[in-house]
Design a protein around this ligand. Structure first.
Ligand code: AMP
Length: 215
């Protein structure tokens, strides 16, 4: 089962992808997570990507496509994968289509999580992440016991630079201009299902699971 989770930043793609990955026993492939790890480790990729990420711009297509091509070749993607945060441009969508076509595979479903602009700003600006284990929190919707420490590993909680209010607006603009056209792109291919991203976490997961089953 090869899935794509589409939607603006803060739509809940990452959290849903984590839960679906456990449910289906297939990996979550998040280009944002891979890039953040590269920036943290100061690899060649990380050094190239950092300035784009810091200002909320997209990292160039060729770099991101290369990451995904390498990742999808790994054995754990053999029986399926969940792409989270990729593709983000038409060029990336065409590249992944060609990549999979060459392997005799295809994208089975594209889940488009829909969330309004105002709600996104609220969600992203309250988001906090553990520097140590990557666990996500929200200061209002999912607060940690201690507002500076991770409940799970006691690591330090921080706010991603790109979750600060100025950068959020830049990311939303980038989404509208470069990523939103993918909704039509996949609609035309017949693989898109749009789901309301507002509601209880489990409720949204169930809607996605039903969409995957074709219900
Ligand atoms: P995310 O965690 O998915 O919101 O991604 C964080 C940042 O990583 C984005 O704002 C981009 O700078 C970069 N990024 C992640 N995925 C992609 C992608 N598919 N194409 C280009 N840039 C990406």
């Amino acid at each position: 089962m090869n899935l794509i989770l589409l939607g603006p930043p803060g739509a809940g793609k990452g959290s849903q992808a984590k839960s679906l990955a456990i449910r289906y026993g297939i990996p979550q492939v998040s280009t944002g997570d891979i890039l953040r790890a590269a920036v943290r480790d100061k690899t060649g990729l990380g050094v190239k990507a950092k300035s784009y990420m810091d200002r909320g711009a997209l990292v160039p297509d060729n770099l991101v496509v290369e990451i995904v091509a390498e990742r999808l070749k790994k054995d754990d993607c053999e029986s399926g994968f969940i792409l989270d945060g990729f593709p983000r441009t038409i060029m990336q969508a065409e590249a992944v289509g060609a990549m999979l076509g060459a392997l005799g595979k295809k994208i089975d479903r594209v889940i488009n999580l829909e969330v309004a602009h105002k709600e996104i700003v609220k969600r992203l600006s309250g988001r906090r992440v553990c520097r140590n284990c990557g666990e996500g929190y929200h200061i209002i919707f999912n607060p940690p016991v201690d507002d500076k420490k991770c409940d799970k590993c006691k690591g330090e909680l921080y706010q991603r630079d790109d979750d600060k209010e100025d950068t959020i607006e830049a990311r939303l603009k980038v989404y509208e201009e470069q990523t939103a056209p993918l909704v039509d792109f996949y609609k035309k291919k017949g693989s898109l299902v749009t789901i309301d991203g507002i509601g209880g976490f489990q409720e949204i997961t169930e809607k996605i699971v039903n969409a995957v089953k074709g219900k």
